[in-house]
Design a protein around this ligand. Sequence first.
Ligand code: NAD
Ligand code: DAU
Length: 371
Amino acid sequence: MTADPARGRARFGPGSHLLVTGGAGFIGSCFVREILARHDGTRITVLDKLTYAGNRANLAAIEADPEQADRLRFVLGDIADPAVVGPLVEDVDAVVNFAAESHVDRSIHDPEAFLVTGVIGVHVLLEACRREATRAAAGQRATPPRFLQVSTDEVYGSVETGHSREDDRLEPRSPYSAAKAAGELLARSYFVTHGLDVVVTRGSNTYGPYHHPEKLIPLFITNAIDDRPLPLYGDGLQRRDWLHVSDHAGAIEHVLQFGHPGEVYNVPGSAELPNRDVVTRLLDLLGKPWSLVRQVDDRPGHDRRYALDGTKLRGLGWRNRMSFDEGLAATVAWFGANEAWWRAARSGDWDDYYERQYGARLAGSVDAAGG
Ligand code: NAD
Ligand code: DAU
């Protein structure tokens, strides 16, 4: 892993061993691919339950390269299972926890898995780290593991004006964001109570290759390719700040290396836009008409806006590299070139999910005036 003398000593160098939970998902797999592709000797164990959102194919590029494949171990399992987690944590320098149920709409219908993974799962990982810290104190290992909890801007709730700072109140408003807030608060409690080396990132709306097609950008790209309707919630004027997945993964690695124990770091995007503008840009890139867009019933409790203040992360030396224009064009091109990947992600119980989420909404939809 890279060292940056200007920021102080990097915690993890070549030869480090990381446990990446949820590493077969969208952002976790990008983190794993980018680190292993550097060929610096870093080893990664991925622990992933392979829920509907996890996909071994997201790691295929690594597995196709013998040098990288040698430094990757994949373990199929649940972060909420102490028997699986304990031995894995014994062997690593840091745990980076991406594992979560990540879709707000699913948390509205079916919140239980969000709580089990987002709260109990985090607790199991923290307890395993605590045991390792005790072993380190007893001289049974060199250093205790660092624990990085990947959290979200949604913990601040809907932010009508201004930009959220790390010490703002947490006001989560969906079962998803409430579970994420619980998970990160638990992690920080282990820093305060047990002196564990914990850092937290709060990232904004992420997009890019390998994004599951349930989310706005990949859903609208893949529906538009098939000339299917694009279900825009409510007036479509909700605002999100879009962060390219490689910038999100890079920021998480930067905090892992240089973040101060017990601290939280916002990871803002590169473009705050209303959803309607995002859809207009997507349709332009795809050469598809606005008439595909249907205005449907809004998401219950829909957060109107997220916006992060990134001063603290900039102070640590991180800057995003990808502009939204460049990143969106590359993302549209990736989905165009990887139809087999997204068609597979839209199989299995996808049709049942889609009918439950959009059937009645689309039946009652109206023309989404504008464009
Ligand atoms: P994702 O849904 O694509 O991936 C989640 C991964 O976690 C999947 O591989 C899944 O199989 C795995 N997983 C789920 N439950 C598990 C369990 N109990 N044990 C082991 N593995 C399990 O999610 P993502 O979009 O890549 O998000 C990753 C993390 O980043 C999440 O914690 C999410 O809350 C956070 N985040 C996401 C965004 C975003 O816009 N996507 C923004 C900010 C923060
Ligand atoms: O802000 C960070 C969060 O971003 C992450 O923590 C979540 O894991 C991630 O899923 C994402 O949450 P959002 O709810 O903002 O993302 P989603 O892609 O579901 O929706 C983006 C916006 O688009 C939101 O205002 C809802 C709207 N939308 C979404 C879908 C799926 C639609 O209008 N129609 C849709 O069909």
